[in-house]
Write a protein that binds this ligand. Structure first.
Ligand code: NAP
Length: 327
């Protein structure tokens, strides 16, 4: 249970596609509610507030941070704006839930961590899959060496979408492109499964219409553990991974978010061809919100986010310099 306040009052910044889902998740989490939403325009703020049962629709993001009836801010803006508004929220003594990717650079992400720490507020990036009960089981299994010695991790995250003009995913100035957008999931999973940063990274991208639309990367970890990542906007939805060990492999086809109307699932394949299926209940976003407003230490989740940002930065450097990058 939260002991920050009896009920944590969220203000939302931005009125995009994902906002709808997170507003409903905050509204349905015990101990949390949404009291205000801010947009660049008053019309959109009011429309959104009326549509989703939020008491206050506000024009301008800064006004949100001055409100006394807001304890925490959910930031749902294009990635290039995450750093500025997360730091401003922390300086206004509001807890921060910032959409993924956390920011567009490691330095900016570290600045959020520092601003939150200096202001005594909590922060999380809204990477929902990390908070599913299933992911905690994955971590335990890996820790217990259930699959033997790990040799390889692969993660593939994609969706096929003809973008509408103006989509921030196609605008590098707004932090667009699949390296940040989808590499956040695949690179983050590799770091999660390996439990550490890679020692080296090599990455390539395909740029179409000015933005990275396909990413292929190879990561080298200690003890001969390797990982391959495949991300893009060029193939149908994939959100899967394989963690291959000396005794068996863990396989999951929905790690970023369970398929609609199906329980979260995974399989363990052994060397003799037998397969064990596991299913999990639970709601990853509500658990994430509970963690933000609760009291449990968040340092390991912060490390996961900062390491993910560092992996992405290494991939970007590798792409630019067309070379293997050592971390
Ligand atoms: N966790 C997840 O599962 C998940 C899923 C999808 C997206 N995301 C992340 O959520 C964030 C938002 O993505 P989205 O797809 O919801 O974005 P979106 O629909 O384009 O919405 C972004 C919002 O940001 C505001 N904004 C401010 N300046 C802007 C600018 N120059 N261009 C565009 N929008 C601007 C707009 O709100 P106002 O006009 O009202 O101010 C807009 O509605 C991204 O970081 C994305 O990676 C996360």
């Amino acid at each position: 249970m939260s002991d920050i306040l009896d009920e944590v009052r969220f203000g939302v910044i931005g009125t995009g596609r994902i906002t709808r889902r997170l507003v409903a998740d905050i509204q349905s989490t015990d101990g949390a509610k949404v009291t205000a939403i801010a947009s660049r325009t008053s019309e959109r703020a009011r429309w959104y507030a009326d549509q989703y049962g939020i008491p206050n629709g506000i024009e301008g993001y800064a006004k949100m941070l001055a409100r006394d009836d807001v304890d925490a801010v959910y930031i749902s803006l294009p990635p290039s704006m995450h750093g500025e508004w997360s730091i401003a929220s922390a300086n206004a003594k509001k807890h921060v839930l910032c959409e993924k990717p956390l920011t567009v650079s490691l330095a900016e992400s570290e600045a959020i961590d520092q601003a939150c720490s200096e202001n005594g507020v909590r922060w999380l990036d809204a990477t929902g899959w990390l908070h599913h009960e299933r992911s905690e089981t994955f971590a335990r299994w890996i820790q217990e060496e259930k699959f033997g010695k790990l040799g390889h991790i692969s993660a593939s995250v994609s969706f096929y979408q003809p973008f509408q003009s103006g989509d921030h995913r196609l605008d590098p100035a707004l932090g667009g492109g699949c390296v940040l957008d989808l590499g956040w999931y695949a690179g983050g999973f590799a770091r999660f499964a390996a439990g550490q940063l890679p020692e080296a990274v090599f990455a390539e991208q395909v740029v179409i219409d000015g933005a990275a639309q396909k990413l292929t990367a190879l990561l080298w970890f200690a003890n001969n553990l390797t990982a391959t990542l495949s991300c893009g906007y060029d193939t149908a939805t994939r959100k899967w991974f394989e963690v291959a060990g000396s005794e068996s492999s863990l396989i999951c086809d929905d790690f970023t978010r369970p398929w609609n109307d199906r329980p979260a699932r995974c399989w363990i394949h052994d060397a003799a061809g037998s397969v064990e299926q596991h299913s999990f209940e639970g709601h990853q976003e509500r658990r994430m919100i509970r963690k933000l407003i609760g009291t449990e230490p968040l340092a390991a989740l912060h490390r996961q986010a900062l390491d993910t940002q560092q992996i992405i930065e290494a991939m970007q450097t590798s792409i630019e310099q067309k070379t293997k990058v050592t971390l």
